[in-house]
Design a protein around this ligand. Structure first.
Ligand SMILES: Cc1cc2nc3c(=O)[nH]c(=O)nc-3n(C[C@H](O)[C@H](O)[C@H](O)COP(=O)(O)OP(=O)(O)OC[C@H]3O[C@@H](n4cnc5c(N)ncnc54)[C@H](O)[C@@H]3O)c2cc1C
Length: 418
């Protein structure tokens, strides 16, 4: 049974734009992919997780392709691949700049076709344990009526995604409305450890202007296709396809220490020279390869084929998360985790296209292992929430107890001063 806080597809996956990595071309290999991902993550990832990610990648693409994902292809059927930041080979597979929506469309059909029950608008608010401390279900909350429900389960997979809507350090975010770190809290409270949950990814190119789409993502694919980052003097101040953390830091430095940003109504930003794409690849490339970007800015009268756009880093991704093994098991028996909520796959900085890959590789992996574990697990009898008492005592002892309810579930945007 899939339980989801909003509607199925109200998710970061649906919004993914640029593509999914897999080393499946003759000049590439999973070993080279490994080096790119491991180095890009500052050598902090768990090597066994990166190894699984890269070796299962070609198969993941084939699986999606067979299910019906419409990847960009040449006339002879060869997959079109491009570079992403920090990649030493062109291995980004995409469906224009709607890659996530296309994957989600296909997988959602699959869920319906296989008759998997889906419960919408129902959030998990607490994991339930059995008397032996194993995960045995979850307390759920109907988002409309606030009614609490109990789901009893032999195994549980947390796949709640990221945390952009917590707006760390006051940054805008590219994330969907429900990205409030719920899974970290659910897992942590029952004793699952976290791995570098402090490392958040600020995507270099969030929209800097206009205000209506401030922080919305400008996919890295724009730079893959040749757009350059340019300061107020018209100077290209860095290589556009450095890893994300390096690029974001460079843009922030350009706007602060070097004072070379362009003043907007919302602060400072730098130019992303989109007309360069048409200049380099020929007229019509933008409409063909990144139509979503063209449409997003077109709504505000900005034709990205003819004029550059303003960008500034936006809060994008949770690099760390629940500590998992290569079977997606957390520290708590019968509790699994997959996707952005999990930590250890990307180290302290994820490369473009490795998250869509991670949700497919580790999502399938978690499903297979949780199903196998369920077969050898009896239906849990006595359910408990004793861990909450224990957790509250720990908060008190640490002097951090308060009245903040968690998980947050939705961001609070109402202005309390009005
Ligand atoms: C704009 C954008 C563009 C991106 N582009 C790319 C790209 O091109 N390539 C790439 O590799 N990665 C990209 N990413 C990152 C990637 O899409 C995500 O990291 C990944 O899809 C996350 O998948 P997930 O299944 O872990 O989480 P999600 O897809 O966010 O799904 C989590 C689901 O859990 C639900 N949920 C949350 N809390 C609860 C709760 N308490 N109870 C029940 N349900 C809950 C949410 O509502 C949501 O439906 C992009 C991300 C964004 C935001």
């Amino acid at each position: 049974m899939i339980v989801t806080k909003l509607r199925i597809g109200d998710a970061n996956t649906m919004m993914a734009e640029g593509g999914i990595q897999a080393a499946d071309k003759p000049n590439d290999s999973p070993a080279i992919h490994f080096l790119d991902a491991f180095g890009g993550g500052h050598f902090a990832a768990k090597p066994e997780l990166v190894a699984k990610l890269v070796t299962k990648a070609p198969e993941a693409i084939q699986w999606l392709n067979k299910l019906g994902v419409e990847f960009d292809k040449e006339a002879d059927g060869t997959m079109v691949t491009t570079h992403g930041g920090g990649t030493s080979r062109k291995r980004m597979h995409a469906a224009k700049d709607y890659s996530g929506a296309e994957i989600m469309r296909t997988l959602r059909d699959e869920v319906i076709n296989r008759g998997i029950p889906v419960v919408d608008f129902t959030a998990a608010v607490e994991i339930i344990l059995d008397k032996n401390g194993r995960a045995a279900g979850a307390v759920l909350m109907n988002m409309e009526t606030k009614q609490l429900l109990v789901a009893r389960a032999k195994t549980v997979i947390i796949a709640t995604g990221g945390a952009g809507r917590l707006h760390y350090q006051g940054f805008p975010t590219s994330n969907h409305y429900g990205a409030t770190a719920d899974g970290l809290i659910l897992g942590y409270r029952v004793g699952a450890s976290l791995l570098y949950a402090d490392t958040l990814q600020y995507h270099p190119t969030g929209t800097g202007y206009p205000e209506q789409i401030f922080g919305a993502l400008v996919t890295e694919k724009v730079r893959s296709l040749g757009a350059k980052l340019v300061n107020i003097d018209g100077d290209v101040f860095m290589h556009p396809l450095e890893t994300r953390d390096v690029t974001a830091a460079s843009i922030i430095r350009e706007c602060t220490e070097r004072n070379k940003g362009v003043e907007t109504s919302l602060g400072k930003a730098v130019w992303l020279d989109t007309p360069m794409i048409e200049y380099k690849n020929g007229e019509g490339t933008i409409e063909k390869r990144i139509p979503a970007m063209m449409r997003m800015f077109g709504k505000y009268g900005i034709d990205i084929r003819k004029e550059p756009i303003l960008v500034y880093p936006t809060l994008h991704y949770q690099n760390g998360g629940l500590n998992i093994s290569d079977t997606c098991a957390t520290d708590v028996e019968n509790l699994f985790a997959a996707g952005e909520v999990a930590g250890g796959i990307h180290g302290r900085n994820r490369l473009m296209g490795n998250s869509l890959l991670d949700v497919i590789v580790f999502g399938r992996n978690a499903g297979i292992n949780a199903a196998a574990k369920a077969k050898e697990t009896a239906v849990p009898s006595k359910l408990t929430l004793d861990h909450i008492e224990k957790f509250n005592k720990e908060l008190e002892a640490a002097g951090v107890a308060g009245d903040t309810a968690s998980p947050m579930l939705l961001p609070h945007y109402a202005r309390k001063d009005m």
